[in-house]
Design a protein. Structure first.
Length: 99
């Protein structure tokens, strides 16, 4: 089972531990998900997210590895430390992370 620090359910970001609310990297990661969700009109984000997760889960037989292979997560993890990323991010920035 995955242990999550935060989750974004548009338009909200939920953070598990109160002290993590000050974690700029985690918040930036979740803001990237907000942008992704808006680009896919919210519902299509969740559909695509689940399709990708199950595709990788059945292929890899490991929920953590499947989670890390999701294009949305790959983009968010790759760019979470760049605090200016959302200002320069291209539309459908996750697309280049699809394998």
């Amino acid at each position: 089972m995955l242990k999550i620090s935060g989750i974004t359910l548009f338009p909200f970001i939920f953070i598990r531990n109160p002290e993590d609310k000050k974690n700029k990297i985690l918040i930036n990661h979740e803001k990237i998900h907000l942008c992704q969700q808006l680009e896919l009109l919210i519902v299509f984000f969740y559909i695509a997210y689940l399709i990708e997760f199950y595709y990788w889960f059945f292929k890899l037989k490991n929920s953590h590895k499947a989670y890390r292979r999701i294009s949305f997560e790959r983009e968010a993890y790759a760019m979470e430390r760049d605090m200016n990323y959302l200002k320069k991010r291209k539309f459908w920035g996750f697309w280049k992370y699809i394998k």
